[in-house]
Design a protein around this ligand. Structure first.
Ligand SMILES: *[C@@H]1O[C@H](CO)[C@@H](O)[C@H](O)[C@H]1NC(C)=O
Ligand SMILES: *[C@@H]1O[C@H](CO)[C@@H](O)[C@H](O)[C@H]1NC(C)=O
Ligand SMILES: *[C@@H]1O[C@H](CO)[C@@H](O)[C@H](O)[C@H]1NC(C)=O
Ligand SMILES: *[C@@H]1O[C@H](CO)[C@@H](O)[C@H](O)[C@H]1NC(C)=O
Ligand SMILES: *[C@@H]1O[C@H](CO)[C@@H](O)[C@H](O)[C@H]1NC(C)=O
Ligand SMILES: *[C@@H]1O[C@H](CO)[C@@H](O)[C@H](O)[C@H]1NC(C)=O
Ligand SMILES: *[C@@H]1O[C@H](CO)[C@@H](O)[C@H](O)[C@H]1NC(C)=O
Ligand SMILES: *[C@@H]1O[C@H](CO)[C@@H](O)[C@H](O)[C@H]1NC(C)=O
Ligand SMILES: *[C@@H]1O[C@H](CO)[C@@H](O)[C@H](O)[C@H]1NC(C)=O
Ligand SMILES: *[C@@H]1O[C@H](CO)[C@@H](O)[C@H](O)[C@H]1NC(C)=O
Ligand SMILES: *[C@@H]1O[C@H](CO)[C@@H](O)[C@H](O)[C@H]1NC(C)=O
Length: 396
């Protein structure tokens, strides 16, 4: 059935409101339509004392662990709260078998797994065990939200230099150091996306607790049509469930599907944008806003950058003081929003501790990891159902 009477009406709108239509076409990326979604809540952040207070450092969420209902997990406490660090530079919750009172024999019954974290060159091995997580506030009071997600229960860690993704978690002996068969103290909680190509091939969306929320205030999230899977990191909390209201004033970037790691429709590639150093050309770059590091990591083919040796123990080269680093999100033409920028060595709260820089050949992947201090002045959101990344400037 056709609606011929609509045509003249539409024609009139276009003619009388041409300015508005033009503005619409030139806007960066129109966000998703979230008008159908209403189910949301904000998880309270557990912040540690300075210098580890969010957003000088990564945020944490307090949880209670509920292991599979099996005698083999009878020594895993579900009344001891833990507060692992939230890391957007990886994906998957990692906890140590010895800390959780889980034996090697028990682990052997589950799917073996690994995660490689490139910034620390550390490899974690163990098994993926399905857990239910109950979220709480920093005093341990339940907030009535639960998730179900496989957790990497770690029984082995090592440093692996020159790690190659083709090694799939196996590190040659000559590249291995600090091999630990009884690790303790790991509490690392990856909630990022698009990280599979960087040594985390198992960091697929099914491992992301914040995308696998099961209930909010007694409402079954899986059965609800009003829940939009996604989350937003803010100074005052982690919002789960995106709505029109809680995404106001965000600048959106459409993400491309991540292929080759899972069939999950929520598997999205990293963010694309550009990076300009000291007013130079804004060079096409992949962007990672990583809560897991206080440094920044830059790979650029811009040969004009001024580099010096790091003052830390690292042998890395870093950007010398006095250079402005500007990160533009998205590659749509005509984008004129505020862009994350800082000047190295200016003592601003939002600049990274240092910018470790690798010069790469033209044509190689250029990228920047901004580090966590980005969150001093900005918020982010990730729409997993629709494949959008959003940023919002909120000031200090
Ligand atoms: C639980 O802990 C006790 C005391 O250490 C130990 O004897 C028992 O084997 C443990 N059970 C399991 C299933 O690990
Ligand atoms: C592991 O067992 C010890 C000793 O029984 C207990 O103090 C601790 O809370 C347990 N940890 C977990 C995470 O269950
Ligand atoms: C696993 O076995 C290794 C080697 O025997 C041992 O050092 C380690 O403590 C065991 N891990 C656990 C979780 O029991
Ligand atoms: C550690 O866990 C893995 C994964 O289940 C298992 O294959 C391995 O044998 C365990 N390590 C030891 C030393 O038992
Ligand atoms: C480690 O692996 C890389 C290959 O990625 C190789 O170039 C390097 O020489 C190896 N050895 C050490 C000690 O890092
Ligand atoms: C969770 O929320 C539901 C619905 O509001 C309520 O019935 C239930 O008692 C709450 N549970 C807890 C543990 O607060
Ligand atoms: C929640 O809803 C899903 C989908 O309808 C259903 O499969 C699941 O059993 C429900 N869970 C609970 C705890 O009722
Ligand atoms: C970004 O994603 C692409 C495609 O998966 C990948 O080739 C690249 O290594 C990724 N970059 C980072 C920093 O993860
Ligand atoms: C490294 O330390 C020296 C001496 O304290 C200082 O002058 C220089 O600015 C520092 N470099 C950077 C990049 O912070
Ligand atoms: C650089 O960042 C500051 C705040 O950190 C902001 O006020 C300014 O507009 C930014 N500059 C550009 C060119 O985006
Ligand atoms: C930054 O702070 C350091 C130490 O507090 C000081 O020595 C340096 O002069 C400051 N640099 C700038 C550009 O303000």
């Amino acid at each position: 059935m056709k609606f011929p009477y609509l045509l003249p009406i539409l024609g009139l709108v276009v003619l009388s409101d041409a300015g508005k239509i033009k503005e619409f076409i030139e806007s960066p990326s129109d966000g998703p339509d979230l008008s159908d979604y209403t189910l949301t809540t904000t998880l309270p952040i557990t912040s540690f004392p300075p210098p580890y207070a969010w957003p000088d450092y990564a945020p944490s969420l307090t949880i209670y662990l509920h292991a599979p209902q099996d005698w083999a997990f009878s020594n895993v406490s579900n009344t001891v709260p833990i507060a692992p660090v939230l890391d957007t530079g990886s994906n998957g919750l990692m906890l140590d078998a010895l800390d959780l009172n889980i034996t090697n024999a028990t682990l052997a019954g589950y799917e073996p797994g690994y995660q490689y974290l490139s910034s620390s060159t550390r490899l974690y091995r163990g098994a993926w065990v399905p857990f239910r997580l109950e979220f709480a506030d920093s005093s341990g009071e339940l907030v009535n939200v639960s998730a179900e997600v496989p957790v990497l229960i770690v029984n082995e860690t090592l440093q692996c230099s020159g790690y190659d993704t083709k090694w799939k978690g196996d590190c040659p002996e000559e590249n291995t150091s600090n091999h630990n068969l009884s690790p303790r103290g790991t509490q690392w909680w990856g909630i990022g996306f698009g990280r599979e190509a960087d040594g985390q091939s198992q960091g697929t969306p099914d491992k992301n607790a914040l995308l696998n929320i099961k209930s909010i205030n007694g409402v079954n999230v899986s059965a609800s049509n009003s829940y939009r899977a996604g989350y937003s990191l803010r100074k005052d909390g982690v919002v789960i469930g995106l709505t029109e209201e809680n995404t106001q004033d965000y600048t959106w970037m459409k993400l491309e599907m991540q292929k080759g790691f899972s069939k999950d429709p929520r598997d999205w590639r990293n963010v694309t944008g550009c990076v300009s150093i000291d007013g130079g050309t804004c060079r096409l770059s992949n962007i990672l806003v990583d809560t897991g590091v206080t440094l920044s990591y830059l790979s650029t083919a811009d040969k004009q950058v001024r580099l010096v040796s790091s003052n830390s123990t690292s042998r890395a080269k870093i950007l010398a003081a006095g250079q402005n680093v500007l990160v533009r999100f998205g590659i749509e033409p005509g984008y004129a929003g505020v862009q994350y920028n800082f000047t190295t060595g200016s003592n601003s709260s939002w600049e990274p501790d240092e910018v470790r820089t690798k010069l790469v050949d033209y044509g190689k992947e250029e990228k920047i990891n901004t580090g966590v201090h980005f969150y001093q002045e900005w918020e982010t959101l990730f729409d997993a159902d629709g494949g959008y990344f959003g940023v919002k400037y909120v000031g200090l």
